[in-house]
Design a protein around this ligand. Structure first.
Ligand code: ADP
Ligand code: MG
Length: 485
């Protein structure tokens, strides 16, 4: 049948009706803005979806959805169809179109989210979400030849951190082995990077090996490489080990305490003689690398137990640098948190985040068994949970830290006169000490509760403001009380 003008007209009409109907189905999650990007209308469904209790009409769209396409749409006049947007911890499909008046001037924009109406897209989105998180995990683990951290990027202002930075600068000047010790998550890898960056080898590769993550049978090949055709199954052309790849640069041996004894001997030989051979080869190669090793275990004790070779230990321990746990340098928490929140909010495309003083106080009272890594994870989750809020408050942090924190304890920056908390196995201590501690805990709790507001804390405790000041002056709980009123 030939296509006539009237059938074409008919088809177009049908298509438009279909579009209009689909469009109405999308209305459930829709929002409109004026030419300035100020919200002029929002559907009830979208308000619910965004978790808004009050109408956002009159607010700028980026106050509510920081990464919205609408500002771009109203300035460029170009629509966005079916693109992805990260809202409320998930990726959704959105479309945004400019609104024009009769003369073609842009007077605003209209956006809608295809959620319920696009159930067929769900599998695709779910896959996208999984891929996104996999990419993030992998990019965190990939051993990089480029230094990602410089000393200036390592946040904190505690005395302990200043000392460490000083030691790193010193170590960087000499081509000696460095042994970084400290609990997991204290930043050993970060400092290893910074050390390389400051050293004369900075133009050469920085290569890391996590000894704990490699099966024992593969460690030797990982370190020294494999000669061509060395054994059945080996790649024909062989492959280089990390010593070879790191040539001229720095080799970071993470979790060195997990190195099997047999291999410790081989590593020692390579370090002492500054040469090695690939597996299955007699060709001796030069090993010009600086070794920076790290461990969360007590290597000295392992030597005593016969689990670690003493000679290798002394070889690695050219300059020992110890990173104290976060709970012993709580004065770093504020600066660290700022840095982490900026980084997370930027990466997730969210509003800049800030901690209320109560929330910060709570962070300062946690014991952080996972150290900075744990702090990072808590703050990243807090960022996502308070997506539309620029303030992260005490309740959010409390939820994330869990019940361990129901009873705040005084901060424990390492000071010699720190009172020891009683443990059930110890004999009772003098009543006076116990009373003082109970008082300190009560004041801490009150300050936590009032986010550092002393007047309010005094009122809650039923004492005068002056009395509280007096107690704070003589007590050791200054931390929570630095934000007055
Ligand atoms: N002082 C710091 N400033 C900024 N980020 C830090 C700091 N210390 C540790 N981190 C972060 O904490 C996490 C754990 O650090 P890492 O060096 O892997 O610790 P470790 O090797 O001791 O287990 C990383 O994400 C790192 O970026
Ligand atoms: Mg590590």
């Amino acid at each position: 049948m030939p296509i006539t003008k009237s059938t074409l007209h008919e088809v177009r009409k049908k298509a438009l009706t279909f579009l209009a109907e689909s469009f109405e189905a999308f209305y459930e999650y829709a929002i409109a803005v004026d030419q300035q990007g100020v919200i002029s209308w929002i559907s009830d469904g979208y308000m619910d979806f965004l978790g808004l209790e009050m109408s956002p009409v009159g607010h700028h769209i980026t106050d509510i959805i920081p990464n919205s396409y609408l500002p771009h749409v109203v300035t460029s006049g170009k629509p966005v169809f079916l693109d992805l947007l990260y809202i409320r911890s998930q990726w959704v499909v959105v479309s945004a179109i400019p609104l024009q008046d009769e003369r073609g001037n842009i007077v605003g924009g209209f956006a809608f989210v295809a959620i319920e109406s696009a159930s067929h897209m769900k599998p695709l989105l779910a896959k996208y979400n999984v891929l996104q998180s996999q990419i993030r995990d992998v990019s965190r683990q990939v051993p990089t030849r480029n230094v990602r951290y410089q000393l200036s990027q390592i946040a904190g202002r505690s005395e302990a951190l200043r000392t460490i930075k000083h030691q790193i600068r010193q170590a960087a000047r000499y081509d000696i082995s460095v042994l970084l010790t400290g609990e997991t998550g204290t930043g050993k890898e970060l400092f290893a990077h910074a050390l390389h960056d400051l050293s004369e080898r900075s133009g050469k590769p920085f290569i890391s090996i996590n000894v704990a993550a490699i099966p024992e049978s593969l460690i030797e090949a990982e370190f020294f490489g494999v000669a061509p055709g060395a054994y059945t199954g080996a790649q024909k052309e062989g492959r280089p080990g990390k010593f070879e790849i790191a040539e001229g640069g720095t080799l970071f041996l993470d979790e060195i305490g997990d190195m099997p004894l047999v291999l410790q001997a081989k590593l020692l030989r390579a370090l002492q003689e500054r040469e090695f051979e690939r597996i299955g080869s007699n060709k001796v190669q030069k090993a010009d690398v600086r070794i920076v090793a790290a461990t969360s275990r007590d290597l000295g004790e392992m030597v005593d137990e016969g689990e670690f070779r003493a000679d290798l230990y002394y070889r690695l321990n050219g300059m020992p640098i110890h990173l104290p746990p976060l709970r012993e340098r709580i004065s770093d928490i504020e600066m660290l948190s700022e840095r982490i929140l900026d980084e997370c909010a930027g990466r997730l495309g969210l509003l800049p985040k800030e901690l209320t003083s109560g929330a910060l106080d709570l962070l300062c009272h946690h014991d952080w068994p996972g150290n900075v890594r744990e702090l990072y994870n808590v703050l990243e989750r807090a960022c996502i949970l308070s997506e539309n809020d620029n303030l992260i408050d005490i309740t959010k942090i409390q939820d994330l830290l869990g019940p361990r924190l129901s009873k705040p304890r005084p901060p424990v920056e390492k000071v010699p006169e720190k009172p020891v908390m009683p443990t059930p196995s110890q004999p009772p201590r003098p009543l006076k000490t116990q009373l003082q501690e109970a008082e300190a805990a009560a004041i801490d709790e009150a300050l936590c509760h009032t986010r550092g507001n002393r007047s309010e804390a005094a009122r809650l405790l039923g004492i005068s403001r002056a009395a509280l000041y007096e107690k704070l002056k003589h007590g050791r709980y200054q931390k929570g009380a630095d934000a007055d009123n």
